[in-house]
Design a protein around this ligand. Sequence first.
Ligand code: UD1
Ligand code: CA
Length: 469
Amino acid sequence: MTAKYAVILAAGQGTRMKSKLYKVLHPVCGKPMVDHVLTQIEQNEMDQIVTVIGHGAEMVKSTLKDRTDYVVQAEQLGTGHAVMQAESLLGDKDGMTLIACGDTPLFTAETFKELFQYHQSKGAVGTVLTAQTAEPFGYGRIIRNDLGIVERIVEQKDATKEEAAVTEINTGVYCFNNRELFDALHKINNDNAQGEYYLTDVMEVFQKEGKVVAAYKMKDFEESMGVNDRVALSKAAQVMRNRINEKHMRNGVTIIDPASTYIDADVEIGSDTVIEPGVILKGQTKIGSDCVIGAHSEIRNSVLGNEITVTSSLIEDSVMHDQSDIGPYSHLRPQAEIGQGAHIGNFVEVKKASIGENTKVGHLTYVGDATLGQEINVGCGTIFVNYDGINKHHTNVGDYSFIGSGSNVIAPVEIGDHAYIAAGSTVTADVKPHDMAIARGRQVNKAGYYDKYPVAQAAQKTEAAKKNN
Ligand code: UD1
Ligand code: CA
Protein backbone atom coordinates (compact mmCIF):
# COMPACT_ATOMS: atom_id res chain seq x y z
CA MET A 1 0.00 0.00 0.00
CA THR A 2 1.20 3.48 -0.86
CA ALA A 3 1.70 5.66 2.21
CA LYS A 4 -0.74 8.57 2.53
CA TYR A 5 0.12 11.98 3.96
CA ALA A 6 -1.83 15.20 4.16
CA VAL A 7 -0.94 18.84 4.57
CA ILE A 8 -3.61 21.27 5.79
CA LEU A 9 -2.94 24.93 5.07
CA ALA A 10 -4.07 27.02 7.99
CA ALA A 11 -1.57 29.81 8.51
CA GLY A 12 -3.48 32.71 6.98
CA GLN A 13 -5.07 35.52 8.95
CA GLY A 14 -8.27 35.66 6.95
CA THR A 15 -8.41 39.45 6.61
CA ARG A 16 -11.70 39.38 4.72
CA MET A 17 -13.47 37.85 7.73
CA LYS A 18 -12.86 41.15 9.61
CA SER A 19 -12.59 39.21 12.83
CA LYS A 20 -10.51 38.84 15.97
CA LEU A 21 -10.86 35.09 15.47
CA TYR A 22 -8.52 33.48 12.93
CA LYS A 23 -10.36 32.39 9.84
CA VAL A 24 -9.89 28.63 10.03
CA LEU A 25 -11.22 28.66 13.62
CA HIS A 26 -14.57 30.16 12.70
CA PRO A 27 -17.15 27.50 13.47
CA VAL A 28 -19.52 25.97 10.95
CA CYS A 29 -22.30 24.10 12.78
CA GLY A 30 -20.41 24.32 16.05
CA LYS A 31 -17.06 23.03 14.80
CA PRO A 32 -14.08 25.11 13.61
CA MET A 33 -13.65 24.93 9.83
CA VAL A 34 -10.17 23.45 10.09
CA ASP A 35 -11.53 20.74 12.41
CA HIS A 36 -14.08 19.76 9.76
CA VAL A 37 -11.27 19.43 7.21
CA LEU A 38 -9.14 17.35 9.56
CA THR A 39 -12.07 15.14 10.59
CA GLN A 40 -12.78 14.21 6.97
CA ILE A 41 -9.10 13.63 6.13
CA GLU A 42 -8.68 11.42 9.21
CA GLN A 43 -11.24 8.99 7.82
CA ASN A 44 -8.84 8.00 5.01
CA GLU A 45 -6.37 5.95 7.09
CA MET A 46 -3.60 8.50 6.84
CA ASP A 47 0.00 7.78 7.77
CA GLN A 48 0.75 11.36 8.77
CA ILE A 49 -1.11 14.68 8.77
CA VAL A 50 0.74 17.99 9.01
CA THR A 51 -1.00 21.30 9.62
CA VAL A 52 0.72 24.52 8.57
CA ILE A 53 0.08 27.16 11.21
CA GLY A 54 1.02 30.83 11.48
CA HIS A 55 -1.62 33.33 12.50
CA GLY A 56 -3.29 32.07 15.65
CA ALA A 57 -0.88 29.13 15.79
CA GLU A 58 -1.43 28.40 19.48
CA MET A 59 -5.21 28.52 19.16
CA VAL A 60 -5.20 26.21 16.15
CA LYS A 61 -2.97 23.81 18.08
CA SER A 62 -5.20 23.82 21.12
CA THR A 63 -8.19 23.14 18.86
CA LEU A 64 -6.71 20.24 16.88
CA LYS A 65 -4.42 18.96 19.66
CA ASP A 66 -2.28 15.92 18.81
CA ARG A 67 -4.53 14.73 15.99
CA THR A 68 -2.00 16.29 13.60
CA ASP A 69 1.66 17.35 13.48
CA TYR A 70 2.45 21.02 13.03
CA VAL A 71 4.89 23.20 11.13
CA VAL A 72 5.03 26.95 11.50
CA GLN A 73 4.94 29.32 8.55
CA ALA A 74 6.18 32.51 10.20
CA GLU A 75 5.46 34.73 7.22
CA GLN A 76 2.60 34.03 4.83
CA LEU A 77 4.33 34.11 1.47
CA GLY A 78 1.76 32.01 -0.36
CA THR A 79 0.26 28.53 -0.52
CA GLY A 80 3.39 27.05 -2.17
CA HIS A 81 5.58 28.52 0.55
CA ALA A 82 3.14 27.14 3.14
CA VAL A 83 3.43 23.56 1.84
CA MET A 84 7.22 23.98 1.69
CA GLN A 85 7.28 24.34 5.49
CA ALA A 86 6.20 20.70 5.73
CA GLU A 87 9.37 19.56 3.95
CA SER A 88 11.20 19.02 7.24
CA LEU A 89 8.60 16.43 8.28
CA LEU A 90 7.63 14.88 4.94
CA GLY A 91 10.34 15.71 2.38
CA ASP A 92 12.20 12.39 2.48
CA LYS A 93 9.18 10.11 2.42
CA ASP A 94 7.72 7.94 -0.31
CA GLY A 95 4.00 8.09 -0.81
CA MET A 96 1.25 10.45 -1.90
CA THR A 97 0.27 13.70 -0.28
CA LEU A 98 -3.15 15.29 -0.08
CA ILE A 99 -3.22 19.07 0.24
CA ALA A 100 -6.31 20.81 1.59
CA CYS A 101 -7.05 24.29 2.90
CA GLY A 102 -8.37 25.00 6.38
CA ASP A 103 -11.04 27.30 4.96
CA THR A 104 -12.93 24.74 2.85
CA PRO A 105 -15.08 23.00 5.47
CA LEU A 106 -17.47 21.07 3.23
CA PHE A 107 -15.22 18.49 1.60
CA THR A 108 -16.13 14.94 2.52
CA ALA A 109 -13.94 11.94 3.26
CA GLU A 110 -15.41 10.24 0.17
CA THR A 111 -14.21 13.01 -2.15
CA PHE A 112 -10.69 12.77 -0.73
CA LYS A 113 -10.82 9.01 -1.21
CA GLU A 114 -11.96 9.40 -4.82
CA LEU A 115 -9.12 11.85 -5.45
CA PHE A 116 -6.52 9.40 -4.10
CA GLN A 117 -7.97 6.68 -6.32
CA TYR A 118 -8.14 8.83 -9.43
CA HIS A 119 -4.59 10.08 -8.88
CA GLN A 120 -3.31 6.52 -8.65
CA SER A 121 -5.33 5.25 -11.59
CA LYS A 122 -3.85 8.00 -13.80
CA GLY A 123 -0.30 7.35 -12.67
CA ALA A 124 0.00 11.11 -12.19
CA VAL A 125 2.62 12.99 -10.18
CA GLY A 126 0.06 15.70 -9.43
CA THR A 127 -3.74 15.71 -9.54
CA VAL A 128 -5.83 18.78 -8.88
CA LEU A 129 -9.41 18.50 -7.68
CA THR A 130 -11.57 20.77 -9.82
CA ALA A 131 -15.20 21.79 -10.06
CA GLN A 132 -17.46 23.47 -12.56
CA THR A 133 -19.26 26.69 -11.63
CA ALA A 134 -21.10 29.50 -13.36
CA GLU A 135 -19.55 31.91 -10.85
CA PRO A 136 -15.81 31.23 -10.90
CA PHE A 137 -14.77 34.70 -9.70
CA GLY A 138 -12.00 34.59 -7.09
CA TYR A 139 -10.96 31.01 -7.74
CA GLY A 140 -7.93 29.79 -9.66
CA ARG A 141 -8.87 28.68 -13.21
CA ILE A 142 -7.91 25.35 -14.73
CA ILE A 143 -6.23 25.93 -18.08
CA ARG A 144 -6.30 22.83 -20.27
CA ASN A 145 -4.61 22.36 -23.65
CA ASP A 146 -6.29 21.15 -26.83
CA LEU A 147 -5.99 17.56 -25.66
CA GLY A 148 -7.80 18.42 -22.46
CA ILE A 149 -4.67 18.04 -20.35
CA VAL A 150 -4.08 20.54 -17.55
CA GLU A 151 -1.32 22.96 -18.49
CA ARG A 152 -1.44 25.26 -15.52
CA ILE A 153 -3.68 26.97 -12.99
CA VAL A 154 -4.13 30.74 -13.19
CA GLU A 155 -5.16 32.86 -10.24
CA GLN A 156 -7.99 35.38 -10.66
CA LYS A 157 -5.58 38.30 -10.30
CA ASP A 158 -3.21 36.92 -12.96
CA ALA A 159 -5.84 35.79 -15.45
CA THR A 160 -6.28 37.21 -18.92
CA LYS A 161 -9.83 37.88 -20.09
CA GLU A 162 -10.02 34.51 -21.87
CA GLU A 163 -8.59 32.68 -18.88
CA ALA A 164 -11.03 34.42 -16.52
CA ALA A 165 -13.88 33.14 -18.70
CA VAL A 166 -12.98 29.53 -17.85
CA THR A 167 -15.59 28.01 -15.56
CA GLU A 168 -13.58 25.07 -14.28
CA ILE A 169 -11.97 26.10 -10.99
CA ASN A 170 -9.27 24.91 -8.64
CA THR A 171 -10.91 23.70 -5.42
CA GLY A 172 -7.61 24.10 -3.57
CA VAL A 173 -7.33 20.35 -2.99
CA TYR A 174 -4.62 18.27 -4.65
CA CYS A 175 -2.93 14.92 -4.52
CA PHE A 176 0.79 14.68 -5.27
CA ASN A 177 3.57 12.20 -5.43
CA ASN A 178 5.25 13.35 -2.22
CA ARG A 179 8.88 13.54 -3.41
CA GLU A 180 7.91 15.14 -6.73
CA LEU A 181 5.90 17.75 -4.84
CA PHE A 182 8.83 18.98 -2.76
CA ASP A 183 11.19 18.84 -5.76
CA ALA A 184 8.82 21.03 -7.76
CA LEU A 185 8.24 23.46 -4.90
CA HIS A 186 11.96 24.33 -5.07
CA LYS A 187 11.39 25.44 -8.67
CA ILE A 188 8.52 27.90 -8.29
CA ASN A 189 8.93 31.67 -7.91
CA ASN A 190 6.81 34.59 -6.75
CA ASP A 191 6.72 36.40 -10.05
CA ASN A 192 2.97 37.11 -10.14
CA ALA A 193 0.35 39.71 -9.33
CA GLN A 194 0.35 38.95 -5.61
CA GLY A 195 4.11 38.40 -5.22
CA GLU A 196 3.36 35.02 -3.61
CA TYR A 197 4.72 31.52 -4.03
CA TYR A 198 1.69 29.77 -5.50
CA LEU A 199 1.27 26.05 -4.89
CA THR A 200 -0.70 25.97 -8.11
CA ASP A 201 2.51 26.69 -10.09
CA VAL A 202 3.87 23.20 -9.42
CA MET A 203 1.41 21.88 -12.01
CA GLU A 204 3.16 23.95 -14.69
CA VAL A 205 6.56 22.74 -13.46
CA PHE A 206 5.41 19.12 -13.87
CA GLN A 207 3.90 19.84 -17.26
CA LYS A 208 7.11 21.42 -18.56
CA GLU A 209 9.13 18.46 -17.33
CA GLY A 210 6.84 16.12 -19.23
CA LYS A 211 5.42 14.54 -16.10
CA VAL A 212 1.85 13.30 -15.93
CA VAL A 213 -0.59 15.73 -14.36
CA ALA A 214 -4.28 15.06 -13.94
CA ALA A 215 -7.45 16.84 -12.90
CA TYR A 216 -10.33 15.15 -11.15
CA LYS A 217 -13.55 17.07 -11.61
CA MET A 218 -15.96 16.60 -8.72
CA LYS A 219 -19.70 16.51 -9.34
CA ASP A 220 -20.71 18.94 -6.65
CA PHE A 221 -19.24 22.45 -6.73
CA GLU A 222 -21.02 23.31 -3.50
CA GLU A 223 -18.81 20.90 -1.57
CA SER A 224 -15.70 22.81 -2.61
CA MET A 225 -16.88 26.16 -1.29
CA GLY A 226 -14.05 28.22 0.19
CA VAL A 227 -14.89 30.58 3.03
CA ASN A 228 -13.16 33.93 2.78
CA ASP A 229 -15.82 36.18 4.33
CA ARG A 230 -18.92 36.01 6.51
CA VAL A 231 -21.31 35.75 3.59
CA ALA A 232 -19.61 32.55 2.46
CA LEU A 233 -19.48 31.42 6.09
CA SER A 234 -23.27 31.54 6.36
CA LYS A 235 -23.65 29.77 3.00
CA ALA A 236 -21.29 27.01 4.07
CA ALA A 237 -23.17 26.65 7.36
CA GLN A 238 -26.42 26.26 5.48
CA VAL A 239 -25.01 23.50 3.30
CA MET A 240 -23.53 21.77 6.35
CA ARG A 241 -26.82 22.12 8.25
CA ASN A 242 -28.79 20.47 5.46
CA ARG A 243 -26.27 17.68 5.34
CA ILE A 244 -26.47 17.10 9.11
CA ASN A 245 -30.27 17.19 9.18
CA GLU A 246 -30.45 14.76 6.29
CA LYS A 247 -28.09 12.35 8.06
CA HIS A 248 -30.32 12.31 11.16
CA MET A 249 -33.51 11.87 9.11
CA ARG A 250 -31.93 8.92 7.29
CA ASN A 251 -31.08 7.49 10.71
CA GLY A 252 -34.74 7.57 11.74
CA VAL A 253 -35.12 10.96 13.38
CA THR A 254 -38.22 13.00 12.46
CA ILE A 255 -37.37 16.64 11.81
CA ILE A 256 -40.61 18.52 11.28
CA ASP A 257 -39.02 21.57 9.64
CA PRO A 258 -35.38 21.06 8.63
CA ALA A 259 -35.11 24.68 7.46
CA SER A 260 -35.55 25.95 11.01
CA THR A 261 -33.61 23.21 12.81
CA TYR A 262 -30.01 23.87 13.81
CA ILE A 263 -28.00 20.81 14.79
CA ASP A 264 -24.25 20.95 15.40
CA ALA A 265 -21.93 18.52 13.65
CA ASP A 266 -21.19 16.22 16.60
CA VAL A 267 -24.71 15.88 18.01
CA GLU A 268 -26.10 12.34 18.27
CA ILE A 269 -29.83 11.52 18.16
CA GLY A 270 -31.59 8.16 18.52
CA SER A 271 -34.27 6.86 16.19
CA ASP A 272 -37.95 7.83 16.48
CA THR A 273 -37.06 11.02 18.24
CA VAL A 274 -39.08 13.97 16.94
CA ILE A 275 -37.47 17.40 16.57
CA GLU A 276 -40.00 20.21 16.30
CA PRO A 277 -39.40 23.55 14.53
CA GLY A 278 -36.94 26.10 15.86
CA VAL A 279 -34.87 23.63 17.85
CA ILE A 280 -31.14 24.28 18.40
CA LEU A 281 -28.92 21.37 19.43
CA LYS A 282 -25.36 22.37 20.19
CA GLY A 283 -21.92 21.01 20.96
CA GLN A 284 -21.52 17.47 22.25
CA THR A 285 -25.24 16.88 22.86
CA LYS A 286 -26.53 13.29 22.81
CA ILE A 287 -30.25 12.51 22.68
CA GLY A 288 -31.71 9.00 22.94
CA SER A 289 -34.60 7.37 21.13
CA ASP A 290 -38.33 8.16 21.27
CA CYS A 291 -37.88 11.66 22.62
CA VAL A 292 -39.83 14.76 21.65
CA ILE A 293 -37.78 17.94 21.54
CA GLY A 294 -40.45 20.60 21.45
CA ALA A 295 -40.51 23.79 19.43
CA HIS A 296 -37.91 26.43 20.22
CA SER A 297 -35.95 24.35 22.69
CA GLU A 298 -32.19 24.76 22.91
CA ILE A 299 -29.93 22.01 24.22
CA ARG A 300 -26.20 22.55 24.70
CA ASN A 301 -23.62 19.89 25.57
CA SER A 302 -26.15 17.73 27.36
CA VAL A 303 -26.99 14.06 27.50
CA LEU A 304 -30.64 12.95 27.29
CA GLY A 305 -31.80 9.35 27.60
CA ASN A 306 -34.83 7.77 25.93
CA GLU A 307 -38.50 8.77 25.94
CA ILE A 308 -37.86 12.28 27.18
CA THR A 309 -40.08 15.26 26.45
CA VAL A 310 -38.60 18.74 26.33
CA THR A 311 -41.09 21.56 25.83
CA SER A 312 -39.72 25.00 24.90
CA SER A 313 -36.84 24.89 27.36
CA LEU A 314 -33.12 25.65 27.60
CA ILE A 315 -30.81 22.85 28.74
CA GLU A 316 -27.09 23.45 29.30
CA ASP A 317 -24.36 20.98 30.32
CA SER A 318 -26.89 18.74 32.01
CA VAL A 319 -28.16 15.18 32.08
CA MET A 320 -31.76 13.93 31.81
CA HIS A 321 -32.48 10.26 32.40
CA ASP A 322 -35.10 8.14 30.64
CA GLN A 323 -38.78 9.17 30.73
CA SER A 324 -38.15 12.48 32.43
CA ASP A 325 -39.69 15.66 31.09
CA ILE A 326 -39.24 19.40 31.28
CA GLY A 327 -41.10 22.56 30.39
CA PRO A 328 -42.56 24.66 29.03
CA TYR A 329 -40.15 27.52 29.71
CA SER A 330 -37.72 25.92 32.10
CA HIS A 331 -33.95 26.11 32.35
CA LEU A 332 -31.42 23.47 33.29
CA ARG A 333 -28.16 25.24 34.03
CA PRO A 334 -24.82 23.43 34.18
CA GLN A 335 -24.62 20.23 36.21
CA ALA A 336 -28.31 19.58 36.59
CA GLU A 337 -29.15 15.88 36.64
CA ILE A 338 -32.77 14.88 36.23
CA GLY A 339 -33.60 11.34 37.36
CA GLN A 340 -35.60 8.71 35.54
CA GLY A 341 -39.26 9.62 35.27
CA ALA A 342 -38.72 12.92 37.08
CA HIS A 343 -40.88 15.87 36.12
CA ILE A 344 -39.64 19.42 35.75
CA GLY A 345 -42.62 21.59 34.92
CA ASN A 346 -42.88 25.21 33.86
CA PHE A 347 -40.74 28.14 34.94
CA VAL A 348 -38.30 26.00 36.88
CA GLU A 349 -34.56 26.63 37.10
CA VAL A 350 -32.22 23.88 38.19
CA LYS A 351 -28.48 24.43 38.69
CA LYS A 352 -25.81 22.03 40.00
CA ALA A 353 -28.48 19.83 41.49
CA SER A 354 -29.67 16.31 41.11
CA ILE A 355 -33.33 15.42 41.09
CA GLY A 356 -34.10 11.80 41.96
CA GLU A 357 -36.29 9.25 40.21
CA ASN A 358 -39.95 10.27 39.81
CA THR A 359 -39.48 13.44 41.83
CA LYS A 360 -41.72 16.31 40.74
CA VAL A 361 -40.71 19.94 40.57
CA GLY A 362 -43.75 21.29 38.82
CA HIS A 363 -43.94 25.04 38.97
CA LEU A 364 -42.00 28.27 39.44
CA THR A 365 -39.18 26.81 41.47
CA TYR A 366 -35.43 27.33 41.85
CA VAL A 367 -33.30 24.35 42.79
CA GLY A 368 -29.61 25.27 43.11
CA ASP A 369 -26.85 23.29 44.84
CA ALA A 370 -29.11 20.53 46.08
CA THR A 371 -29.51 16.77 46.03
CA LEU A 372 -33.10 15.61 45.95
CA GLY A 373 -33.93 11.94 46.44
CA GLN A 374 -36.66 9.97 44.72
CA GLU A 375 -40.46 10.34 44.75
CA ILE A 376 -40.35 13.83 46.25
CA ASN A 377 -42.97 16.46 45.57
CA VAL A 378 -41.66 20.03 45.49
CA GLY A 379 -44.54 22.48 45.71
CA CYS A 380 -45.04 25.55 43.58
CA GLY A 381 -42.77 28.51 44.17
CA THR A 382 -40.21 26.72 46.31
CA ILE A 383 -36.77 28.29 46.52
CA PHE A 384 -33.62 26.48 47.49
CA VAL A 385 -31.78 29.45 48.96
CA ASN A 386 -28.18 28.53 48.22
CA TYR A 387 -26.19 31.76 48.33
CA ASP A 388 -25.31 33.92 51.31
CA GLY A 389 -23.69 36.60 49.19
CA ILE A 390 -20.24 35.06 49.44
CA ASN A 391 -20.52 31.26 49.41
CA LYS A 392 -22.85 28.68 47.91
CA HIS A 393 -24.26 26.04 50.27
CA HIS A 394 -25.78 22.63 49.62
CA THR A 395 -29.11 21.11 50.64
CA ASN A 396 -30.13 17.45 50.76
CA VAL A 397 -33.72 16.25 50.65
CA GLY A 398 -34.52 12.59 51.40
CA ASP A 399 -36.77 10.20 49.47
CA TYR A 400 -40.61 10.44 49.61
CA SER A 401 -40.51 13.88 51.23
CA PHE A 402 -43.05 16.58 50.57
CA ILE A 403 -42.15 20.26 50.34
CA GLY A 404 -45.17 22.50 50.55
CA SER A 405 -45.62 25.40 48.15
CA GLY A 406 -43.89 28.68 48.70
CA SER A 407 -41.17 27.30 50.93
CA ASN A 408 -37.70 28.73 51.30
CA VAL A 409 -35.13 26.09 52.12
CA ILE A 410 -32.08 27.96 53.37
CA ALA A 411 -28.87 26.01 52.79
CA PRO A 412 -27.05 24.26 54.24
CA VAL A 413 -29.83 22.08 55.53
CA GLU A 414 -30.63 18.35 55.68
CA ILE A 415 -34.18 17.20 55.17
CA GLY A 416 -34.59 13.49 55.91
CA ASP A 417 -36.60 10.81 54.10
CA HIS A 418 -40.39 10.98 54.46
CA ALA A 419 -40.19 14.51 55.84
CA TYR A 420 -42.96 17.05 55.42
CA ILE A 421 -42.45 20.79 55.04
CA ALA A 422 -45.58 22.83 55.57
CA ALA A 423 -46.36 25.30 52.82
CA GLY A 424 -44.88 28.75 53.23
CA SER A 425 -42.15 27.62 55.57
CA THR A 426 -38.72 29.15 55.75
CA VAL A 427 -36.59 26.18 56.68
CA THR A 428 -33.30 26.97 58.37
CA ALA A 429 -32.77 23.86 60.51
CA ASP A 430 -32.46 20.17 59.65
CA VAL A 431 -35.64 18.09 59.55
CA LYS A 432 -35.49 14.48 60.69
CA PRO A 433 -37.12 11.60 58.75
CA HIS A 434 -40.89 11.36 59.23
CA ASP A 435 -41.03 14.79 60.95
CA MET A 436 -43.00 17.78 59.81
CA ALA A 437 -41.50 21.28 59.81
CA ILE A 438 -43.69 24.32 59.93
CA ALA A 439 -41.77 27.57 60.00
CA ARG A 440 -43.98 30.58 59.47
CA GLY A 441 -45.87 33.18 61.50
CA ARG A 442 -49.24 32.02 62.82
CA GLN A 443 -52.28 33.54 61.19
CA VAL A 444 -54.20 36.11 63.23
CA ASN A 445 -57.63 37.31 62.02
CA LYS A 446 -58.80 40.80 63.16
CA ALA A 447 -62.58 41.14 63.06
CA GLY A 448 -63.94 43.98 60.86
CA TYR A 449 -60.51 45.47 60.09
CA TYR A 450 -61.23 45.66 56.36
CA ASP A 451 -63.49 48.64 56.86
CA LYS A 452 -60.71 50.67 58.49
CA TYR A 453 -58.70 50.84 55.24
CA PRO A 454 -59.13 53.26 52.29
CA VAL A 455 -59.68 50.25 50.04
CA ALA A 456 -63.04 49.83 51.73
CA GLN A 457 -64.26 53.29 50.59
CA ALA A 458 -63.15 52.65 47.02
CA ALA A 459 -64.90 49.28 47.01
CA GLN A 460 -68.11 50.89 48.36
CA LYS A 461 -68.14 53.38 45.46
CA THR A 462 -67.67 50.59 42.90
CA GLU A 463 -70.38 48.49 44.48
CA ALA A 464 -72.81 51.45 44.55
CA ALA A 465 -72.11 52.32 40.91
CA LYS A 466 -72.81 48.72 39.87
CA LYS A 467 -76.15 48.69 41.74
CA ASN A 468 -77.29 51.94 40.02
CA ASN A 469 -76.62 50.52 36.57
C1 UD1 B 1 -6.48 29.33 -3.29
C2 UD1 B 1 -5.86 28.88 -4.63
C3 UD1 B 1 -6.91 29.02 -5.72
C4 UD1 B 1 -8.13 28.19 -5.37
C5 UD1 B 1 -8.66 28.54 -3.97
C6 UD1 B 1 -9.73 27.53 -3.56
C7 UD1 B 1 -3.46 29.38 -4.63
C8 UD1 B 1 -2.41 30.31 -5.12
N1 UD1 B 1 -4.72 29.70 -4.94
O1 UD1 B 1 -6.82 30.70 -3.41
O2 UD1 B 1 -6.38 28.59 -6.96
O3 UD1 B 1 -9.14 28.37 -6.33
O4 UD1 B 1 -7.62 28.51 -2.98
O5 UD1 B 1 -10.37 27.89 -2.35
O6 UD1 B 1 -3.16 28.39 -4.02
N2 UD1 B 1 -2.40 29.87 3.48
C9 UD1 B 1 -1.30 29.64 4.26
N3 UD1 B 1 -0.17 30.36 4.03
C10 UD1 B 1 -0.07 31.27 3.04
C11 UD1 B 1 -1.20 31.51 2.24
C12 UD1 B 1 -2.37 30.79 2.47
O7 UD1 B 1 -1.33 28.80 5.16
O8 UD1 B 1 1.02 31.86 2.90
C13 UD1 B 1 -3.62 29.10 3.74
C14 UD1 B 1 -4.78 29.96 4.20
O9 UD1 B 1 -4.85 30.01 5.60
C15 UD1 B 1 -6.00 29.22 3.62
C16 UD1 B 1 -5.42 28.51 2.40
O10 UD1 B 1 -4.01 28.50 2.54
O11 UD1 B 1 -6.50 28.27 4.51
C17 UD1 B 1 -5.82 29.16 1.09
O12 UD1 B 1 -5.34 30.50 1.07
P1 UD1 B 1 -6.20 31.67 0.50
O13 UD1 B 1 -5.43 32.92 0.66
O14 UD1 B 1 -7.57 31.63 1.07
O15 UD1 B 1 -6.21 31.27 -1.05
P2 UD1 B 1 -7.27 31.66 -2.15
O16 UD1 B 1 -7.06 33.06 -2.58
O17 UD1 B 1 -8.63 31.29 -1.69
CA1 CA C 1 -9.56 30.71 0.30
